[in-house]
Design a protein around this ligand. Structure first.
Ligand code: CP3
Length: 348
């Protein structure tokens, strides 16, 4: 155990409530910070940046110097696992990620799973350096993409799509898609196990493309692979809290919570507090879900909604980690983050 058990963040994930919620923000390290843009410019490309521990450590720490966040998140990317699986990942300026589109499950089967963690060893080096640099007991979050979201990128070969190809696989080649998901589950188990061994205190599973799926399909594309991944981690003796983030799950959220085994659930911008309180088990911890665009708007739009969310979960005695409903955008105003933090800190 890495010693963060007594932090507000971990205690909240374990089911405690407190006067003010712990806070961190998705993508808290990154382009809205001028100091990030400065060090980012020293790397040849984004992959090199992620694989250079001195830079990744610095990017993780930058937001913590500005703001009193309650947790750090490892600086890396959910797509690194596909680099380790030889999918030709590259980040082209202005285009986002590009990969060689997967044609069949057997393309992944050539990958030696035991080598995934070795290939990603710079990430584990970043984790251990961070644990040396952070105050003792300050929580560090490790993460991976959820199997479905990673499969979407692998099959489409890029992001920001309508998921047409992987959804068509679900209807026309379900066995092939299941094999892809199973393979990603195994590789991700190795990767997350290595992150925990290197010292992370909690894990987050980003299912960014869980939205707009029919409920029957959601079941085997999102819930089942996540459940397998969580069960694998438990079988490896991993006990750190696991936050699942099925973005856009909507009314399918209670089923996700009941069946995957995650410790806590990340809520997206469009999720409804009254629905969450009425439909998730009493005391089940949630994380989220202020609209990231309020970090551009600032003022009342930001503060009033923050108050509403905090009050909704406080009055239901539901453990709540305050966060955004999706990643902060590059055009967010750092002054607004400061104001939000001041506002929440003043609660207690
Ligand atoms: O501060 C943190 O949250 C830690 C670092 C982090 C990054 N990406 C850094 C990053 C984390 C947790 C992620 C997760 C991630 N990556 C997700 C899940 C969350 C979400 O947003 O839904 C997804 C879908 C990705 C895939 C990804 N990475 C895309 C689509 C892109 C390009 C588009 C974009 O937003 O820039 C990236 C690149 C990326 N990952 C950047 C950063 C800071 C920007 C690259 C740069 O600085 O040049």
């Amino acid at each position: 155990m890495a010693g963060a058990e007594n932090s507000l963040f971990i205690r909240t994930l374990q089911g405690e409530t407190s006067v003010r919620p712990p806070v961190w923000l998705m993508r808290q390290a990154g382009r809205y910070l001028p100091e990030y843009r400065e060090i980012r410019a020293t790397a040849k490309n984004f992959l090199d940046f992620c694989y250079t521990p001195s830079l990744s450590v610095e990017a993780t720490l930058q937001p913590l110097r500005r703001y009193p966040f309650d947790a750090a998140i490892l600086f890396a990317d959910i797509l690194l696992i596909l680099d380790a699986m030889d999918r030709g990942l590259r980040f082209e300026t202005g285009e986002g990620p590009i990969l060689n589109p997967l044609e069949k499950a057997s393309d992944l089967e050539k990958v030696n799973l035991s080598k995934v963690a070795t290939r990603l060893s710079p990430v584990m080096e970043t984790v251990s350096r961070l644990k040396q640099n952070l105050e003792p007991g300050f929580p560090l979050i490790g993460f991976a993409g959820s199997p479905w979201t990673v499969a979407v990128y692998a099959i489409e070969g890029r992001g920001g799509t309508d998921k047409k190809l992987p959804k068509l696989w679900a209807y026309t080649r379900p066995d092939e898609l299941k094999a892809v998901l199973d393979h990603i589950v195994l590789a991700t188990t190795e990767y997350l196990k290595a992150q925990v061994e290197a010292g992370v205190d909690a894990l987050m599973l980003f299912d960014s493309w869980a939205e707009n799926l029919p409920d029957t399909v959601f079941d085997w594309l999102v819930i089942e692979p996540t459940k397998k991944l969580v069960a694998n981690l438990w079988a490896e003796g991993i006990t750190v809290p696991i936050i699942g983030f099925p973005r856009g799950a909507g009314a399918k959220l209670p089923d996700y919570v009941a069946r995957t085994g995650v410790t806590a659930v990340g809520l997206d911008t469009g999720q409804v507090p009254a629905f969450v309180n009425a439909n998730l088990p009493a005391g089940f911890p949630v994380q989220g879900h202020l609209d990231p665009l309020t970090m551009i708007a600032g003022g009342k739009a930001m503060l009033n909604r923050a108050d509403e969310l905090i009050e909704a979960y406080r009055s239901a005695e539901r453990p709540h980690v305050f966060n955004l409903g999706h990643g902060i955008t590059p055009d967010a105003n750092p002054e607004n983050v400061a104001e939000l933090m001041k506002h929440i800190q003043a609660m207690g």
